[in-house]
Ligand binder design. Structure first.
Ligand SMILES: [Cu+2]
Length: 192
């Protein structure tokens, strides 16, 4: 888009030469500014939240289940503030932490989702914990999960139930202890 300029021709009428390093930097800066402006307009879209690859594990009724997924935000910064599903008494966002070599989980009230990079809930990291399953989660079936975002509002996704043990995350069978976090044995490596 920038055509070559005959510096000799322009020099007498211009306060600076376009071929000087300073002018080149300025020209780059102008182009960068323009691109930033275009990006800012695109990022103003509040409906930029996307949730993909929601999956869960087979579990008997009454047990505790997990859900994982990936959140992508191509819009303005947003915050995941809540989660709910009809298949469990309660659902909440958890985070797995390494407390001096002991893997524990703790509830996370808010999760910021920016356009920098997607957030993937995965065994050993963030996960949705389903407490008190009202029905068995059967491999090959699916169930709805509704996420609530501060700006984007509610986003309902379909979680696919995988076989028990498939890509098995850490055990959730023990439930939460009085401290609001529970130690859990880590079973093998994270899924590939
Ligand atoms: Cu958990």
């Amino acid at each position: 888009m920038v055509t070559s300029i005959d510096a000799g021709q322009l020099a007498p009428r211009r306060p600076f030469r376009f071929t000087t390093p300073g002018a080149l930097v300025m020209r780059s800066w102008l182009i960068a500014s323009l691109l930033t402006l275009v990006s800012a307009v695109a990022l103003a879209d509040p409906a930029g939240i996307r949730v993909d690859h929601a999956w869960s594990r087979a579990m008997p009724a009454g047990a505790t289940g997990v859900v994982y997924f990936t959140i992508t935000n191509q819009g303005a910064p947003d915050v995941l503030t809540g989660v709910a599903t009809p298949v469990a008494t309660s659902a909440g966002l958890h985070e797995t932490i390494d407390d001096h070599g002991v893997m524990k989980m703790r509830p996370v009230a808010r999760l910021a989702v920016t356009s920098d990079k997607p957030i993937t809930l995965t065994p050993g990291g963030y996960h949705i914990m389903l407490t008190g399953l009202k029905q068995p989660l059967i491999a090959g079936t699916s169930f709805p999960l509704t996420l609530t975002f501060a700006k984007a509002g509610r986003v309902t996704v379909t979680a696919m139930v995988q076989a028990m043990g498939a890509a098995a995350p850490a055990s959730h069978e023990r439930g939460m202890d009085q401290m609001g976090a529970h130690a859990m044995p880590m079973r093998g490596a994270a899924p590939k």
